[in-house]
Design a protein around this ligand. Structure first.
Ligand SMILES: Cc1cc2nc3c(=O)[nH]c(=O)nc-3n(C[C@H](O)[C@H](O)[C@H](O)COP(=O)(O)OP(=O)(O)OC[C@H]3O[C@@H](n4cnc5c(N)ncnc54)[C@H](O)[C@@H]3O)c2cc1C
Length: 424
């Protein structure tokens, strides 16, 4: 079993710009070469701006290259609770923002002819209990009435037919607009596309300091200093971001296993519609298949941040969860096991705005594959001088309570939710 993401191991990675081309000036410096930064760089370069991406490690090697590859529509939290918190109009705007995000990914894939197995496959949210199903039913009524007619409630038998005959679930909610893709192929192509349009992407080049000098920014990095009119921070869960952001983005470990390729027969049975699936437990699982007939199965597993030790432990936990749903996969080999940190914000909404003159987009809260690409694109347009409407622009952003201690409490939080899933 390899302890690397399947997505990154199954591509020939694109290389960044040669360090000999490191400039001293740019219109925009983008900090972070994940999907947010790459998408912004592509849009800025297309608008004729000089743009430099500083990436501390390699292109799309953190959350953007380590996720489940679900390109889902719908908000991370349930729609009715969004209506309760923000009112109907805002909840609808936020829901539509995610629909638009999926559309943006599709437009980029289509217009740049990116081969990344993008499919509008639909997402199934499946209910473990009658109580969960009642919650889904109420949510689907509200979603269908107010914002997304392309949703449906499926009963027990319909879900069983979708999930290889497994009778584990009481029913589910289907979101037809959701999609999936091979995120390794997409990230590489997005970077190549941005560079061919004129963006420079420097890998292994962390930003080390950021100052305002008159009306420009001075961005210091391990490869030199760049003066820029604008800076976009797209640093995900990084501990290298300014403190203000570190206190607002909580890195929460999530883990994934990928099975070995299956026989045609088994593959066509376990998930015939090849949809994205998410379960309703507090410690939920998410899964989907790949074009080369693997099952990619993820979840919170052991409630710690990703490390070699926790990735291996999580792989074992995920294997048990996987066989609870699919007993017939007991003997199927696991080829890959990896983890990554999800960029959670307290309100589980994405945040974008301006802080001390610096533009940012972060805190995408597990719904970031589509939103990173969309926000990057919109911020690229904004920094090119276009008028754009960003529903989450400068929304109030609460710091994480007891931030310094929060990660130490994660195992306790995990035990609480595990007990809740089992007994309530
Ligand atoms: C295991 C896992 C599963 C997930 N599954 C899904 C899913 O199925 N669907 C979904 O929608 N979302 C999912 N997500 C979330 C999604 O992947 C992220 O929200 C999204 O990729 C964030 O993109 P980003 O570009 O903002 O951040 P990242 O991809 O984390 O990129 C940030 C980059 O900034 C760089 N950086 C940081 N600090 C500096 C610095 N000082 N100087 C230079 N560079 C710096 C980092 O090296 C990094 O490459 C998942 C996340 C994980 C970890």
């Amino acid at each position: 079993m390899k302890l690397v993401p399947y997505w990154l191991d199954s591509i020939s990675p694109v290389s960044g710009t040669a360090l000999s081309e490191f400039p001293t000036r740019a219109d925009v410096v983008v900090v972070g070469g994940g999907f947010t930064g790459l998408s912004a760089a592509r849009t800025l370069a297309k608008a004729g701006k000089t743009v430099v991406v500083l990436e501390a490690d390699q292109i799309a090697c953190h959350a953007s290259g380590r996720n489940g590859g679900h390109v889902n529509n719908g908000t991370a939290g349930n729609f009715q609770s969004m209506v309760g918190k923000y009112g109907l109009e805002q909840a609808v705007a936020l829901y539509r923002f995610f629909d638009d995000a999926v559309d943006t990914v599709e437009q980029i894939v289509t217009s740049e002819n990116i081969d990344c197995d993008f499919r509008r496959c639909g997402k199934l949210k499946v209910a473990w209990t009658e109580k969960h199903l009642a919650g889904l039913r109420a949510d689907q009524d509200a979603v269908k009435q107010h914002v997304d007619p392309e949703t449906d409630l499926l009963d027990r038998d319909a879900v069983a037919a979708e999930i290889g005959g497994s009778t584990t679930f009481e029913g589910g909610m289907l979101y037809r607009k959701s999609a999936q893709m091979h995120v390794g192929k997409f990230g590489s192509a997005l970077a190549a596309n941005a560079m061919s349009t004129g963006a420079k992407i420097f890998e292994n080049t962390p930003m080390t300091a950021l100052h305002r000098a008159g009306n420009v920014f001075e961005v210091s990095s391990s490869s030199g200093v760049i003066q820029a009119q604008n800076v976009l921070l797209a640093t995900g869960t990084s501990r290298r971001a300014p403190n203000w952001f570190r206190r607002r983005v909580m890195p929460v470990g999530s883990f994934i296993v990928a099975t070995a390729p299956m026989s045609e027969d088994l593959f066509s049975r376990i998930l015939p519609g090849r949809r994205n699936v998410v379960t309703t437990r507090n410690i939920h699982n998410y899964f989907r298949t790949t074009a080369d007939r693997r099952l990619i199965f993820g979840g919170r597993a052991n409630f710690s941040q990703s490390s070699e030790k926790s990735d291996i432990q999580s792989g074992q936990i995920l294997h048990s969860a996987l066989t609870e749903i699919y007993p017939e996969l007991e003997s199927t080999e696991i080829d890959y096991c990896w983890g990554g940190n999800v960029d959670m914000s307290v309100d589980r909404l994405p945040h974008a705005g301006e802080w001390n003159g610096v533009t940012y987009a972060m805190g995408l809260s597990g719904h970031g594959v589509q939103m990173s690409v969309h926000l990057g694109h919109l911020l690229g347009q904004k920094l090119s001088g276009e008028q754009v409407d960003i529903p989450v622009w400068n929304r109030p952003w609460q710091p994480i309570p007891a931030y310094g201690l929060a990660t130490h409490f994660m195992p306790v939080v995990g035990a609480y939710y595990r007990a809740k899933d089992r007994y309530l």
